[in-house]
Ligand binder design. Structure first.
Ligand code: PXL
Length: 271
């Protein structure tokens, strides 16, 4: 038996287990990579306030300490892929950017989580700008959803596959990263369409829509699956294709609860 590659997620905890570090670790396990996590924040939805986000950042020094432990334990040959999820504050973003710069990972997969409900709008804008300035330039692969694609591309509207492709191309040109821009349920039609763009390839990835309501954790799971497939040696395009299949299976077998949204089940592909 060979030993699995180690894959790091720098992400927040989402207590109900649908999104964030919990979704990432379950995805890593399902795809046979050894997952490790540096926690950036703790999100606890508030059932008494319309399931809004209660958000507590982890101290920057504690984030640095976690990353020190992880990167010292696992040398670059063993841990070459990092996935970055929710960061949440400008201070966290600067801390994480610094650590990622120091290590020179082979692949930096960025899920550019821009808006967290429950944050002050002003704080969210600072956070978005800091993410664009400090973390996006470090990314080798970025997975914006519809809203994030609008924000990162500067386009006014994205209603068609052609517009999603143009937006993905703009983000690729500005960042140099491979881009997987997700249409999700936002574009009209029967298919969930994502567009992959890198320097050589533009490819539209399609799967039948599973309902019309977004499922929580789909973005985290997709980006974590991209990271896992890259860690297993896939090319970025192969990782994008395989991750789309993995998340589609997880959406089909989603879990319902007393929370008002369903969540992806990362164990779906095994059954
Ligand atoms: O899906 C975005 C996301 C990422 N990370 C954490 C979250 C959420 C959304 O709720 O809570 C920790």
């Amino acid at each position: 038996m060979s030993t699995p590659p180690v894959t790091l997620t720098i992400a927040g905890s989402e207590a109900t287990g649908g999104a964030g570090a919990q979704a990432d670790l379950k995805t890593f396990q399902a795809l046979d990579v050894f997952g490790v996590v540096a926690l950036t924040c703790i999100v606890s939805f508030d059932p008494k306030a319309d399931w809004g986000h209660r958000f507590v950042p982890v101290e920057p020094q504690v984030i640095t300490d976690q990353l020190e432990a992880i990167t010292t334990a696992y040398p670059a040959e063993q841990l070459d892929v990092v996935k970055i999820g929710m960061l949440g504050t400008p201070a966290t973003i600067e801390t994480v950017a610094q650590a990622v710069r120091e290590r020179a990972f082979g692949h930096v997969v960025l899920d550019p989580v821009l808006i967290c409900k429950g944050q002050e709008p002003g704080a969210a804008l600072d956070t978005d700008n800091a993410l664009k300035e400090h973390v996006l330039p470090l990314a080798t692969f970025v997975t914006p959803n519809h809203f994030e694609t609008l924000s990162l591309s500067g386009m006014d509207s994205i209603d068609t596959v052609e517009e999603l492709t143009e937006a993905a191309r703009r983000i690729h040109e500005a960042s140099g990263a491979a881009v997987l821009a997700k249409g999700g349920v936002r574009l009209e039609g029967d298919e969930a369409v994502d567009v992959y763009v890198d320097a050589e390839t533009t490819e539209v990835l399609r799967a039948p829509k599973v309902g019309q309501v977004p499922v929580a954790g789909a973005g985290c799971t997709l980006a974590a699956a991209v990271a896992a497939f890259l860690a297993q040696g896939a090319s970025p395009l192969e990782a994008a294709r395989a991750a789309k299949i993995f998340v589609t299976a997880g959406i089909e077998r989603r879990l319902s609860s007393d929370a008002p949204f369903d969540v992806v089940w990362q164990g779906a592909a095994d059954q």
